[in-house]
Ligand binder design. Structure first.
Ligand code: ADP
Ligand code: MG
Length: 225
């Protein structure tokens, strides 16, 4: 609809602007970091406060890095991908982060027959973003289920299911907006970037949530060639 069209144009402008600002902030931050390191090397007292400043600078740099990705024109490199292998690789990547947070990731997919046409890096980013959010939704630990299903209509459905805090229904409509976050140090970009990537892949994202947790469902069309 026109409304959605306008919204996505607004989102694109906001993303572009954020990326531009991030670029401008990066240089002074790099200078601050360099001089801090010089000061630290000279200083002979307690360095605890310096370390706090250094850690906070690292956090700013991480946020800037995420923001700058937004401004990049998306050049998708489509190739034939095994979703099974891709998910395995993502889970291997996320496993230690999950365990550190007392979370177990359970694989419930067998998609060895299914391939999709997609950009490997971008699709990995999508599942990393969703699993990160699932982990962050369960501060006391728990289990994340990753389900995969080849649907009869030639689609592949992947679900990331957590038993976390859930998303209040009045927020559901907003979580794909850029910069919408409920977290103290959140960027509010993970959901936005992910939904854009899936859209570019002609796929679909459905979000089902209650107090008992959240299910993020990604549907991609299978490649039969
Ligand atoms: P961030 O994680 O930096 O806050 P995201 O775009 O990844 O940004 O997510 C936006 C918001 O959507 C989160 O702040 C959170 O409120 C909500 N959200 C996303 N995924 C989940 C989930 N699995 N469980 C609960 N809330 C979620
Ligand atoms: Mg996130």
């Amino acid at each position: 609809s026109l409304d959605m069209q306008l919204q996505s144009e607004k989102d694109a402008v906001a993303s572009q602007l954020a990326a531009g600002i991030a670029h401008e902030i990066r240089n002074p931050i790099t200078a601050i970091k360099g001089f801090l390191q010089l000061i630290m090397a000279d200083y002979e007292g307690e360095t605890m406060y310096f370390e706090v400043v250094e850690a906070e600078i690292a956090r700013v740099e991480a946020i800037l890095k995420e923001l700058m990705v937004l401004g990049k024109p998306t050049k998708i490199k489509y190739e034939k991908l095994s979703l099974h292998v891709l998910l395995d690789q993502v889970l291997t990547l996320m496993e230690s982060h999950a365990l550190l947070n007392n979370i177990q990731i359970v694989k419930r997919y067998n998609l060895s027959e299914a391939t999709v046409l997609g950009d490997e890096g971008q699709l990995k980013q999508v599942f990393i973003n969703y699993i990160k959010n699932a982990i962050e939704a369960m501060p006391d630990g728990g289990t994340i289920f990753v389900e995969g299903l080849a649907l009869s209509e030639g689609n592949i459905q992947i679900q990331i299911i957590d038993q976390g805090c859930g998303i209040p229904s009045d927020m559901l409509g907003r979580i794909n907006e850029p910069f919408f976050t409920t977290k103290e140090y959140g960027t509010g970009l993970g959901m936005n970037v992910s939904s854009q990537i899936i859209e570019e892949h002609q796929g679909q994202v459905n979000i089902i949530s209650s107090n008992d947790g959240t299910c993020i469902e990604v549907i991609l069309s299978a490649d039969f060639n």
